[in-house]
Design a protein around this ligand. Structure first.
Ligand code: PMP
Ligand code: GLN
Length: 385
């Protein structure tokens, strides 16, 4: 074996393997029910799979155009217009990406320079902070309270300095399952108006929202829209996280910078999938019914857990439910998650890994994007704990 023996300094010395790899790997090894990493255990619509197949057989197998095929960008623009009443130019403002992760990475890479400050809210999805650091930026973390996960905008205001380059928000929010209200967005808008601060609005769970709540896209607020990269993922919406297809919407000036990086970190994205999605998106019910679909799963899961020793506040969006185990054990959430996987054969995610200084609020996250049969088995195990 060759060994590389130099004074090599890691660019990300503190970054461990992602918790999703750890917990999914352990769940497989232990043959446990895997409610940890967020992905459905049922298939994507067979019509969509046939459309990808048709595109492959029809010869759409070479590079797609760098920003994505036009018909897909065009139908995304139509969707934004009909849902949020905003007109984005598909030619200059929409780019198809290899999932939302690449969209977020590219938006940060294109804008954040050394010593720029980026404000994020914790618990935070795990890709934001390492990407900020990779480009020399500084993460300014706001730890949200572990029950309500509400944002104190006055606190945010006090954290803004001359070096603040960007804020990252995520609604519906992974892992808490909370959503930002219209009032939150108005407060953010008031804060950013007349500043040069950019925004990433991570809206991958845009269509997974419950109890009649309306998704508050950054696209609805003019002073946000003009500075925002909206990032989205088809994997969440169409039950195919493994296809890694998403998009980024931003004003032309920002998209121009985004594409300068995009063309060198992926150039373009899986072509047949784009052809299929362009066709599939022509039927809005394919995404508009998703909230109802997942609300039924949330309700089933929670009704089965009502007599368990876990405490919970029902998720308002995403396909994640937090369960508080303070009545069960005072182990750390990480140790408890590992033990549950090994001994009880059910895997969840300890949310301390998304918190500032690994703050442990004795909470695990469970993914309910599972068949009803799996949810029943999971609830049975959890009720016996
Ligand atoms: N943001 C959030 C909040 C997510 O939960 C995820 C993945 N689940 C992503 C971004 C990344 O999405 P993708 O799988 O399309 O890269
Ligand atoms: N977003 C998924 C989750 O929160 C995981 C994606 C990944 O494994 N990187 O579970």
């Amino acid at each position: 074996m060759l060994t590389y023996n130099s004074q090599f300094q890691s660019k990300l010395p503190e970054i461990p393997t992602s918790i999703f790899s750890i917990m999914s790997g352990l769940a497989t090894k232990e043959d446990a029910l895997n409610l940890s990493q967020g992905f459905p255990n049922f298939e994507s619509d067979s019509k969509l799979i046939q459309l990808v197949n048709k595109a492959m057989v029809g010869g759409k197998n070479q590079y797609a155009p760098m920003p994505g095929i036009f018909s897909l960008r065009e139908i995304i623009a139509q969707k934004m217009e009909s849902l949020y009443g905003i007109s984005y130019n598909p030619e200059t403002e929409i780019t198809i990406t290899a999932g939302a992760t690449q969209a977020i990475f590219t938006a940060i890479a294109a804008t954040v320079k050394k010593d720029d400050e980026v404000i994020i809210f914790k618990p935070a999805y795990d890709c934001y902070e390492p990407t900020i650091e990779l480009f020399g930026g500084k993460t300014i973390a706001v730890q949200l309270d572990p029950e309500e996960f509400s944002i104190n905008w006055q606190e945010v205001k006090e954290l803004i300095t001359y070096n603040t380059k960007m804020i990252i928000i995520n609604t519906p929010h992974n892992p808490s399952g909370r959503v930002l209200s219209k009032n939150d967005m108005l407060q953010l808008e008031a804060l950013l108006k007349n500043t040069n601060i950019l925004l990433i609005s991570d809206e991958v769970y845009e269509h997974i929202i419950f109890d009649g709540e309306k998704h508050q896209s950054a696209a609805l607020f003019p002073a946000l829209t003009e500075r925002t990269f909206i990032t989205a993922s088809f994997g969440k919406t169409f039950h195919n996280t493994g296809w890694k297809t998403g998009y980024c919407i931003a004003p032309a000036e920002l998209t121009k910078e985004f594409r300068k990086v995009h063309q060198f970190n992926v150039f373009s994205v899986h072509h047949p999938t784009q052809v299929a999605l362009a066709e599939y998106l022509k039927t809005p019910s394919n995404y508009l019914e998703l909230g109802h679909f997942y609300q039924e799963k949330r309700d089933l899961f929670l009704s089965l857990l009502k007599d368990s020793r876990f405490e919970f506040i029902p998720s308002k969006g995403t396909y994640f439910q937090l369960l508080n185990f303070r009545n069960i054990t005072d182990e750390s959430d990480y140790d408890f998650a590992i033990r549950l996987t090994k001994e009880q054969k059910i895997a969840g995610i300890p949310i301390s890994v998304f918190n500032e200084n690994k703050y442990d609020s004795k909470v695990l996250r469970f993914c309910f994007a599972k068949t009803d049969e799996t949810l029943k088995k999971a609830a049975e195990i959890l009720c016996n704990i």
